[in-house]
Design a protein around this ligand. Structure first.
Ligand SMILES: Nc1ncnc2c1ncn2[C@@H]1O[C@H](COP(=O)(O)OP(=O)(O)OP(=O)(O)O)[C@@H](O)[C@H]1O
Ligand SMILES: [Mg+2]
Length: 285
């Protein structure tokens, strides 16, 4: 186990000198309503970033219903919860997925961490700190809604991607997330993804209306990262347990992922707090 951890760490670092190390940016993917496509978005976004030569770790922090591993057709034995339980290194529990994508799951019992067990918390923080500089992005796939844990992840991340569909129920719940986050901190960088659109026009209209409402009631424009069409290939890929970007690279959904990822990479990068900042915010929020 220890050797395997060492090998993975060395492979990821690729013998870069300290100076060349990566600046890690933490992105939380969240939604108001459940089942809108967060996990599929998070996983395929991570894979598109990997295709663009970025090093990415996807961290499944959906404490109730972790499913990135299911979407990948993998059944890892270890998780953050077992890392703490068995006193392992984080490099023992990180798995390598397709194209060198790294992934890790919180695991059941992970939420005990938030019950303020100081020694567990310390272990989690010191292990997570060792990833700093090894990856460009950590993508957190959070659960839906405004649980205490979700809110902590959202407020601690460098960027938040809020996924909604054009359905009013999903939009109303997404708005509640923006409102709650805004009350806690007005400087959170949030961007919208409209998933399962029947047309680009519908996506654009949904995003415009959403932004009008946030502008009017919260004086906040959250901006749009992109639109993903409703595409049967997404559901077919889920059934195959292969990410749609790899199973159906030419599908409309995959093309939309490529486009929005290129746009994402061109956005100006706000200051990044990285892992240390993330951990500090998790502690003190
Ligand atoms: N663009 C899309 N086109 C067609 N179907 C989609 C699309 N995005 C998601 N789906 C369908 O929605 C289902 C749920 O997606 P996913 O598991 O990613 O949602 P989620 O928001 O992570 O759910 P949860 O809140 O339970 O974590 C998928 O299994 C797929 O069938
Ligand atoms: Mg999910």
């Amino acid at each position: 186990m220890i050797d395997q951890a060492k090998q993975l760490r060395e492979k990821v670092l690729q013998k870069k000198s300290k100076k060349e190390r990566r600046q890690t940016r933490i992105i939380a993917v969240t939604s108001g309503k459940g089942g809108v496509g967060k996990s599929n978005f998070a996983l395929n976004f991570a894979l598109t970033l990997v295709q663009q030569n970025r090093k990415v770790l996807i961290f499944d922090v959906d404490l109730g219903f972790a499913n990135v591993d299911v979407l990948l057709g993998r059944a890892p034995k270890e998780s953050i919860a077992t890392m703490i339980e068995k006193d392992l290194s984080i490099w023992d529990v990180i798995e390598e997925g397709p194209n060198g994508l790294l992934f890790i799951s919180g695991g059941s019992g992970f939420n005990d961490l938030f019950q303020l067990d100081e020694s567990k918390m310390k272990k989690f923080f010191s292990e997570l700190s060792t990833i700093q500089g090894y990856v460009d992005y950590i993508i957190l796939d959070t659960g839906a809604g405004l649980s205490y844990e979700n809110l902590r992840f959202i407020l601690a991340a460098d960027d938040v991607i809020l996924v909604t569909t054009p359905e009013p129920t999903s939009i109303t719940d997404a708005y509640s997330v923006v409102k709650m986050v805004h009350t806690k901190n007005q400087n959170v960088h949030m961007k919208l993804i409209i998933n399962q659109c029947t047309s680009e026009k519908e996506g654009k209209q949904t995003a415009d209306n959403f932004n009008k409402v946030t502008e009017q009631f919260l004086n906040k424009q959250i901006g749009t990262l992109g639109y993903i069409p409703i595409d049967i290939n997404v559901s077919n890929a889920v059934k195959k347990q292969i990410p749609f970007l790899l199973a159906f690279p030419n599908s409309h959904a995959s093309q939309a992922m490529q486009n929005l990822t290129s746009e994402f990479l061109q956005l100006p990068v706000p200051y990044k707090l990285g892992i240390k900042g993330f951990l500090l915010k998790m502690l003190f929020k």
